[in-house]
Write a protein that binds this ligand. Structure first.
Ligand code: UN1
Length: 501
């Protein structure tokens, strides 16, 4: 670990003796003891971010982009150690750990380009000699709350856009993955050194539990709170921010499904199902959780899927051949067991789901991904259990498939496998999938950064990452300029004969 810390510019001495123990989910070993931030220390950081805003907002956006360009350089150079740390700290396989760092690099590149494209509109005025336009200004310091399963990329989506938009950031990572956050911050500080003069306090990490997130949510100096995590967390944070009329951007749970139509290319579908359902050990917000299969291909697809599940290697996520690493902790394992127990009571036929490698790793939680065949969509299926459980449902009519698909509280990601153009287009249409992400012939997980990322209903409605998600990090001003010698009023109103009093 020491070598890894050193490669990332982390001071190993500062990672012992703190009050927050960090365990690797790969074997349960204690890998660090990090210091949490007191309320007073957190207050200092928020105040510093707020102070930095006054200076950073007047730095030209392309110059702000330059800082993100330098940060991307650091990330490229540290891709392997940072990806490895992500793997060790949250348990996803190394390919995915590295992929997560690549996602950070990609969004930095996007943000750099964006720094020259923070465009507003010009608008036709109804009044002669008048011009109307829209300008976008920095919003203020912002708070970012992230979860353990993607310990760095969602922060980077927010951070890179926010910085380019002129907003300093205070980041509260999951208390399960503080090291990846501290390493990201250290890499950013390296970029800052190369950047030259910049206001102090552009980026802060605050370490702590729920109370730490609450303090962010309640602080009026943080103009936007962008939070990624469970629906439960979002229900707590969203209203707190709303009470003070703050902005929130919520990216919460998903219950993502795939419809497999009768005409689907089953080879492709199988591969997509496997990656989406068991990748990251089922701990992505975009994980495939429900498979809705046409009755004509059910007997072909489902046994093949079970066979493929049987060949998946489960184990140390640093091992090249492994596809499924551990769950994050014992709590996640209990939640998985609980859901499988409940769903059995609801008539589900479970295969897989057992704990494995217990002798070798008594303090880690490796499980066989589970497939559960259901005759109907029950309340347990409607819940998001953050574990590799794939519920399989059968349908006959396409409209029923869509109805089952949409009949869950969450609305993040979705997909259909079909070669039938009508089905594909219907799925993407206004009365098709009700999710923020809807895909054809690819799975629901593993989105690129270029599109807006997020979902509807209990997923919280926020959009992060690409497209015009940057607008959440800026304030919009509508400007009307009168360059005439008259003062015509809008809507044709005459006011006191329009003579000066
Ligand atoms: C998450 O699980 O919180 O689309 C984010 C994906 C990744 C991001 C997942 N690009 O699966």
């Amino acid at each position: 670990m020491e070598e890894l810390y050193e490669a990332l510019g982390l001071d190993a001495g500062a990672l012992v003796g703190g009050d927050l123990p960090v365990h690797s989910p790969t074997d349960g070993a204690l890998i660090a003891e990090v210091r949490t931030d007191s309320a007073a220390r957190q207050e200092e950081k928020i105040a510093a971010a707020d102070a930095a805003f006054a200076q950073w907002r007047i730095v030209p956006a392309p110059r702000r982009g330059e800082l993100i360009r330098l940060f991307a350089d650091e990330l490229r150079a540290a891709k392997e150690p940072l990806g490895t740390l992500v793997t060790v700290e949250c348990g996803k396989i190394l390919q995915e750990g590295m992929g997560e760092v690549q996602e950070m690099i990609d969004i930095c590149d996007f943000a750099l380009g964006l720094s020259r494209q923070l465009y507003g509109l010009t608008i036709a005025s109804e009044r002669p000699g008048h011009k109307m336009m829209e300008t976008w200004h920095p919003l203020g310091a912002i708070g970012v709350i992230t979860s353990f399963n993607f310990p760095v990329a969602p922060w980077a989506w927010n951070f890179s856009l926010a910085l380019v938009c002129g907003d300093p950031v205070v980041w509260k990572p999951s208390e399960k993955t503080p090291l990846s956050a501290l390493a990201s911050q250290a890499l950013f500080e390296k970029a800052l050194k190369r950047f030259g003069p910049a206001p102090d306090g552009l980026s802060h990490v605050v370490i702590g539990g729920g109370e730490c997130g609450e303090r962010l949510a309640d602080d009026p100096r943080l103009k936007l709170i962008s939070a990624t995590g469970s629906c439960r967390m979002g229900r707590h944070v969203g209203p707190r921010v709303a009470v003070r009329f703050g902005r929130s951007l919520l990216e919460l749970g998903g219950n993502n499904a795939m419809i497999v139509g009768a005409s689907a290319d089953l080879e492709l579908a199988l591969r997509a199902i496997l990656f989406s359902a068991v990748g990251t050990a089922g701990q992505r917000c975009t994980t495939l959780r429900r498979l809705i299969v046409h009755e004509d291909i059910y007997a072909d697809l489902v046994p093949r899927l079970k066979k493929a599940y049987g060949t998946i290697r489960i184990g140390d996520p640093l091992d090249d051949d492994v596809l499924v690493g551990p769950l994050i902790d014992g709590g996640a394992y209990e939640a998985m067991r609980g859901a499988l127990g409940k769903v059995t009571g609801e008539g589900g036929a479970v295969s897989g789901g057992e704990r494995v490698l217990e002798d070798r790793y008594p303090d880690a939680y490796y499980v066989k991904p589970a497939i559960v065949e259901m005759s109907r969509q029950t309340d347990t299926v409607r819940e998001e259990t953050f574990a590799p459980i794939l519920y399989v449902l059968k349908y006959r009519e396409f409209d029923d498939a869509i109805a089952i698909h949409n009949d869950v509280p969450q609305g993040l990601s979705s997909s259909i496998f079909t070669t039938d153009l009508r089905e594909a287009e219907a799925f993407l249409s206004a009365d098709g999938s009700d999710c923020g992400i809807a895909n054809v012939n690819i799975g629901p997980s593993g989105a690129e950064i270029g599109g807006a990322f997020g979902g509807e209903k209990d997923t919280g409605g926020g959009r992060e990452s690409g497209s015009d998600a940057w607008k959440s990090y800026m304030r919009r001003a509508t400007n009307t300029v009168n360059y005439s010698h008259e003062l015509p009023l809008a809507q044709g109103i005459t006011f006191g004969g329009d003579e000066p009093a």
